[in-house]
Design a protein around this ligand. Structure first.
Ligand code: ADP
Ligand code: ADP
Length: 229
């Protein structure tokens, strides 16, 4: 059973007379509980795919389904609720509130959700049980990204969407972040989609979707993903 489905999804951006077909009739499925890596060069259309799946951008044609719901037909209010309650977002930059502690940052996000997970437990899950009362400026980049992961997880979302979560980190810290995402999402039964332009990180995925020039050039199911250490 497909948990996520893209059915012939196109996205055309128009600015004045200029049209850019960022996504050109893309089809793929994702199963529940999978860790999916979307890989491809800069400009390939990865962020556009993720933004449409996260309800942050509309598709020009085609349909997108999550857990049986046709989210591509949602109206504005449905999309607001969808983004708030069903999706956990992690970005390249951590976007933490600087004058709130670690645990307050996580609580702030989970308060607006129907069935949030416990903020302290989520921070323990990402290895920050000793950092609950620290402020973002007291944490390293890798630690701040772990807070952002705990914040996304605490919403208890259907889907975690991560756009270049390692983009601001050195290679080893970035790799540890991906392993942490793999581990945490598996333990919590979450489906997670991660964009990267670094093909060295592909091996962690249960499913690898290669995007180039607005199309899926290859989709590969990985029976033996690199285990989280
Ligand atoms: P990637 O994430 O793989 O780097 P993007 O999805 O960001 O690729 O971009 C795909 C293509 O769509 C690029 O050619 C980009 O310039 C174009 N694009 C993305 N967003 C917009 C926008 N808001 N307006 C016009 N063109 C856009
Ligand atoms: P990284 O090598 O990942 O960039 P840093 O060298 O910035 O890490 O930090 C190393 C350790 O020191 C981390 O555990 C971090 O939480 C801690 N740390 C960094 N800055 C502060 C600070 N201003 N107050 C308290 N702890 C800090």
């Amino acid at each position: 059973m497909a948990f996520v489905e893209f059915d012939n999804v196109r996205k055309v951006y128009q600015s004045g007379e200029v049209k850019v077909e960022a996504v050109k009739g893309v089809n793929f499925i994702i199963k529940e509980g999978e860790l999916v890596i979307i890989v491809g060069p800069s400009g390939a259309g990865k962020t556009t795919v993720l933004n449409m799946l996260g309800g942050m951008d509309s598709c020009t044609s085609g349909d997108i389904f999550l857990d049986g719901a046709k989210i591509s037909k949602y109206n504005r209010n449905q999309l607001i609720k969808y983004r708030r309650e069903e999706i956990g977002f992690v970005f390249q930059f951590y976007n933490l509130v600087q004058n709130l502690t670690t645990v307050e940052n996580v609580e702030l996000a989970s308060q607006i959700c129907k069935n949030p997970l416990d903020a302290t437990q989520c921070l323990k899950d990402v290895g920050l049980g000793e950092r609950l009362q620290n402020f973002p400026s007291q944490l390293s980049g890798g630690e701040q990204q772990r807070v952002a992961i705990a914040r996304a997880l605490a919403k208890n979302p259907k889907l975690m969407l991560c756009d270049e979560p390692t983009g601001a980190l050195d290679y080893v810290t970035g790799k540890n972040i991906l392993k942490l995402l793999q581990d945490t999402c598996r333990n919590n039964g979450k489906t997670v989609v991660i964009i990267t332009h670094n093909s060295a990180f592909e091996a962690l995925g249960d499913r690898i979707i290669r995007v180039s020039n607005g199309t899926v050039s290859e989709m590969q199911v990985n029976p033996d993903p690199m285990p989280a250490e």
